[in-house]
Design a protein around this ligand. Structure first.
Ligand code: ASP
Ligand code: MG
Length: 417
């Protein structure tokens, strides 16, 4: 007998028919002799709809009240799913995040899990129930309701799997698993059988929406075996684990891209110690994440910096930089949005020099110029203009031998934005 955590995303429970299909699937696993803990997201676009509703009344609502509102979505799902299981003759008990023992800090809208007390889950299981837990939500020490950030149900599932020492955490979604790249862009993208935590973490951080990065971090830290698979088919899915086997001759596992990149350059910065700390410290204090940073050579005591960030943060970042003018002397800032970052990821890159060079040459063959580059042991990212992104991804996909002729993509629209 195994203890299994099954997580279903919003599109997997988006309609009554889908809810019913999920309930049947859960009962099959339970009847095969397993203890089942289920984590569900809000149905379909419920979370987005709730946010839209709030905007009709207050464009800048208190974060506490937003959490109160958004957690409703998952509570609808757990109640309906538990009822559906009962209707099928099974036993299920719905539990909110706090009933399931999810303790968080008090940062509304992006709370971190601080502790989990799964005693009620175990009680529910002992009584023969499927434990159906609301994803994405928890409670602070002071009894405040919190959410874990958009897409946070994956994190709930993995964290619970670690807390109850589940044998596996299965993430059911609307695609068949983790793909070598987005199958909507490259038709012969291939489904991966295995991927390592580190590679998955890079892909998730670099824009692959199939798993939330925080969930992958958790899985790696607690060594939770993850399987990503479709709730619509019986196909095997992708295992995410410590030592994923690389196919022979394959150095790149996958290609990710982020379509919403902006670049800000700060020109003629006086080259004195502390400049970077002042600029990037101020950005961090304002909650702005900076990605690639490049400093050009110093001339006449002045340097130029460029960095990338999310296109959504561009205007705010420029304001923040203007705000530190008293601490940092510079000539001007320039900025550009509508850029994309395309990245290749693979554990095999460390031991294979020339992988990055191959990327640059595949991109330049298309007449595309590379604006910025960043590398780590297992990834190489290039920032380019948005226009030929799809051709670039296709070219890279075949350059690294990732194309397959098999048509395996069966998914609908992607689970997340
Ligand atoms: N319902 C939440 C969201 O849409 C959490 C999740 O789906 O994981 O972000
Ligand atoms: Mg969702």
């Amino acid at each position: 007998m195994s203890l299994i955590v099954m997580k279903f995303g919003g599109s997997s429970v988006g309609t009554p028919e889908r809810m019913l299909r999920v309930a049947k699937r859960i009962l099959e696993r339970q009847q095969a002799g397993n203890d089942i803990v289920v984590v569900v997201s809000a149905m379909g676009d419920t979370t987005d709809d709730l946010i839209d509703q709030s905007k009709g009344l207050n464009l800048n609502p208190p974060a506490r009240e937003m959490d109160m509102l958004m957690t409703v979505g998952e509570q609808i799902s757990i109640a309906l799913l538990a009822m559906t299981i009962h209707q099928l003759g099974g036993k299920a008990m719905s539990l909110t995040g706090w009933q399931a023992g999810m303790k968080t800090n008090e940062v509304h809208g992006k709370a971190k899990i601080t502790d989990i007390d799964p005693s009620r889950i175990f009680k529910a299981l002992e009584a023969g129930n499927v434990a159906v837990v609301a994803g994405f939500q928890g409670m602070s020490e002071d009894g405040e309701i919190t959410t874990l950030g958009r897409g946070g149900s994956d994190t709930t599932a993995v964290a619970l799997a670690a807390a109850v020492k589940a044998d596996v955490c299965e993430i059911y979604t609307d695609v068949d698993g983790v793909y070598s790249t987005d199958p909507r862009v490259v038709k012969n993208a291939r489904k991966l059988n295995e991927i390592s935590y580190d590679e998955m973490l890079e892909l998730a951080n670099l824009g692959a929406a199939v798993l939330h990065p925080r969930a992958v971090e958790y899985a790696k830290h607690y060594n939770v075996k993850l399987v990503v698979r479709s709730s619509f088919t019986q196909n095997e899915g992708t295992s995410v684990k410590e030592d994923a086997v690389m196919e022979q001759g394959v150095v790149v596992r996958g290609i990710a891209f982020d379509k919403n990149v902006a670049r800000i350059s700060i020109m003629g910065v006086e080259d004195v110690p502390g400049v970077l700390a002042n600029v990037f410290g101020a950005l961090a204090n304002n909650g702005i994440d900076v990605d690639i940073i490049v400093q050009s050579g110093v001339q006449d005591g002045k340097a130029d910096f460029s960095f990338t960030l999310s296109g959504d943060d561009r205007e705010k970042a420029i304001e923040v930089i203007e705000g530190v003018r008293s601490l940092v002397t510079y000539r001007e800032t320039t900025s550009e949005s509508g850029l994309v970052k395309v990245s290749i990821v693979g554990a095999g890159m460390v031991s294979n020099p020339g992988v990055a060079a191959q990327m640059f040459s595949a991109i330049s063959t298309l007449g595309v110029s590379i604006k910025m580059v960043s590398t780590s042991e297992i990834k190489c990212s290039c920032v380019i203009a948005a226009e030929p992104l799809h051709e670039v991804v296709r070219a890279l996909h075949s350059a690294y031998g990732l194309d397959t002729t098999e048509q395996v993509y069966v998914g609908g629209p992607s689970e997340r934005r």
